[in-house]
Structure formats: C-alpha cells, structure tokens
Design a binder for this molecule. Structure first.
Ligand code: FMN
Length: 206
C-alpha cells in the first residue's frame, strides 16, 4: 500500500482549452479539501495513421496519463469536449486500454464523475456526461454528479447539470467559464475529494 498523499486523478482531453479550464477549476475544488491532492493528466490525440506517435511529454500543459495514474488514484474526474454528443476519441482510446485494471478490479469502490464542454447549449452535454460514466460503471466505480444543494444548478443559464459540470464555450470556443460554471466545477472537485477520502477506509478493509 502506498503511504503517499491520496489524489484525485483529473483526466481530461482539450483541443481549444475549454475543458482544460474546467479541469483546473475542478483541481482547485479537490485541493480545497485537506489531506488529498489533485493530479491533472491529459491524453494524446489519436491519429488517422497508426504509425504516428506523439512525443512522450507534451510541449505544454498537463503531462500524459499513464495506467498507473489511473490505477493508484483515490478518485477520478474525467473531462472531455463533446464530440457529436459523446466523448472525444482520445479519452475513449485511453479507457479502452484499461482492461488490465478492470481484470484486477483496481478501480472498484473509487468515486468518479464527469465533465464536458460544448459549442452549443443543447449540443449534447448530458448525453456526453452520461455515456462517459458508462465505462466507469464497468470498472466498479461509484458514480457521483452534482446535487441540487448546489443552487447554481437552478440559476445557471449556461452550463451545469446534475450529471456533472458542463461549460458552454460558444461557437468560436472562446467563452470563458462564468461564475456559475466555475463554482460547479469546484464543487464537483471538492465533493469527489470528500468521497475519495470517505471511501478509502472501506476499500482498505475489503
Ligand atoms: C468533431 C467535433 C465534434 C463536435 N461535436 C459537438 C457537439 O456534438 N455539440 C456541441 O455543442 N459542440 C460540439 N463540438 C464543439 C466542442 O465540443 C467545443 O468546441 C468544446 O468546447 C471544445 O472543448 P476544448 O476547448 O476543451 O477542446 C464538436 C467539435 C468537434 C471538433
């Protein structure tokens, strides 16, 4: 068993920065809780030619996630831009490579939640969030979203759903997170951190 600080893995993909901004707000929420850290990790794009490989370390931003980042996390927040109402292929590709963790039950009883960014308000935030959670159920993770005690869920006119945080980035993908969206990202991160800490003793006792 590792004696190092537990962490919530914030695993995201972002081309234009909107999902990255959400991931950073989520990390701030995780780190507002003591005794747990946030670990921001991304995934490389997938290429049409399987010979093409990205450098091991990206030129900027979060480093690429390894299976060990996922294996040893105490909780997971997974974030993707919406692509045709679903998660982006690079994240799906990463998850499709996680069979070994599934076979070993490495993620069972760990909390997980999802977040997404879209160009248009009704462009598939909820379908993306719900479908992103499906593979995590196969892994035995404990799913969490956002409860309506976060009253921003009632007042937002942009992103924010009970299925997870969301962001309306606009057609040019240049709209920043507004106050409601940022609050909900942070609240989701904080809740995940608390759930991760609460579920850890149960896992250690099993
Ligand atoms: C291939 C593709 C498909 C997309 N599909 C949708 C969609 O179904 N609904 C939507 O609102 N936006 C869609 N978008 C827009 C992105 O979801 C949006 O720009 C998002 O905020 C980008 O996030 P990022 O800045 O983290 O890359 C799509 C973009 C691409 C490139």
């Amino acid at each position: 068993m590792s004696t190092s600080m537990p962490y919530v893995l914030i695993l995201f993909y972002s081309r234009q920065g909107a999902t990255r901004a959400m991931a950073e707000a989520m990390a701030a929420g995780v780190e507002s809780e003591s005794g747990i850290a946030a670990r921001l990790r991304t995934v490389p794009p997938v290429s049409a030619t399987c010979e093409a490989v990205d450098p091991e370390i990206p030129a900027e931003g979060a480093v690429y996630a390894s299976l060990d980042d996922l294996r040893h996390c105490a909780g997971l927040a997974i974030g993707s831009p919406t692509r045709f109402g679903n998660m982006a292929a690079p994240l799906k590709h990463f998850l499709d490579g996680s069979s070994e963790l599934w076979m070993n039950g490495a993620l069972i009883d760990k909390p997980a939640s999802a977040f997404t960014s879209t160009a248009s308000l009704h462009g598939g935030q909820e379908t993306t969030l719900m479908t992103m959670l499906v593979p995590l159920l196969h892994h035995g993770m404990v799913l969490s979203g956002l409860p309506y005690s976060e009253t921003e869920l009632f007042t937002t006119t942009t992103g924010g759903t009970p299925y997870g945080a969301s962001h309306l980035a606009g057609q040019r993908s240049n709209r920043s997170l507004d106050e409601h969206e940022r609050h909900l990202c942070m609240a989701q991160g904080k809740r995940l951190a608390r759930l991760a800490l609460a579920l850890a003793p149960m896992r250690e006792g099993s």
